[in-house]
Design a protein around this ligand. Structure first.
Ligand code: SF4
Ligand code: SF4
Length: 240
């Protein structure tokens, strides 16, 4: 994103809105740190700039900078998947296609957060060890198209792009949960320069218990049992 300096009057109204803290005002003009800007578009959509000084230059839509836009602006569709947002449609609900069946565990490892963001290459802290274990990354997740899925290494051209966040998504059979959980836990100790959160998707067992909790307890990992429900969908119950 850029600011038209002819228009800007340096009022500073925009500064608190930028999730990356990328805007600063100097000599009554606003400037954007192009390295930190994740092209989320909030400055255009949400800020009451009295001069409408923000504009999107052409390079925002050009590779590789366009990666920032699709991972940071929820109004933008990913070319590789046709989906808006950082993960698949069902990453938080398992409600769209019921991808995670009984006996399986879905993982959603979300890198970056507003204010900190991440570089695309930061995901390698988990994708490399997971690829070594033969994990298959979710093909409908837009991050997967930026990786060599055999090695988990991020493609050279996008490695250093700064993005708001990205989600590493995959699923495994329940029997592999302990070893994969240990790998993710170990990776978390080596994550530098950003943060990642760890979401698990499982179905209740027939007896009403939640699979994987015993393993998490053994590992000493505390977890909230969040449930996210989309009322009105629910097709997956037919193929549980
Ligand atoms: S809100 Fe607009 S006019 Fe005010 S400092 Fe920001 S860019 Fe400049
Ligand atoms: S596009 Fe987003 S990150 Fe970039 S300056 Fe605007 S609000 Fe900040």
């Amino acid at each position: 994103m850029k600011v038209d300096l002819e228009k800007c009057i340096g009022c500073k109204k925009c500064i608190p809105f930028c999730p990356q803290g990328a805007i600063h005002v100097e000599d009554k003009k606003a400037f954007i740190d192009q390295e930190e800007c994740v092209e989320c578009g909030i400055c255009v959509r949400q800020i009451e700039c009295p001069r409408k000084a923000f504009y999107e230059p052409e390079e925002v839509r050009q590779w590789p900078r366009s990666v920032r836009k699709v991972f940071g602006d929820p109004t933008e569709k990913h070319e590789s998947t046709g989906v808006r947002g950082r993960g698949t449609e069902e990453v938080k609900t398992n409600d769209v296609t019921g991808r995670v069946k009984r006996g399986e565990v879905g993982f959603a490892l979300e890198f970056g957060r507003p204010s900190i963001g991440c570089r695309v290459k930061d995901v390698e802290v988990v994708t490399i060890p997971l690829a070594k274990m033969g994990i298959e990354f979710e093909p409908c997740n837009p991050l997967t198209s930026l990786l060599d899925t055999e090695t988990g290494i991020v493609h050279d051209d996008v490695r250093n792009e700064k993005i708001l966040s990205a989600i590493v998504e995959f699923k495994i059979p329940e029997e592999r949960f302990a070893e994969v959980a240990a790998t993710v836990y170990d990776a978390a100790q080596h994550c530098k320069g950003t943060v990642f959160s760890w979401g698990l998707v499982v179905r209740y067992a027939e007896d009403g218990t939640i699979p994987v909790t015993k393993t998490l307890d053994k590992m000493g990992i505390k977890y909230p049992k969040n449930a996210k429900v989309n009322v009105g969908l629910g097709r997956p119950l037919t193929n549980a």
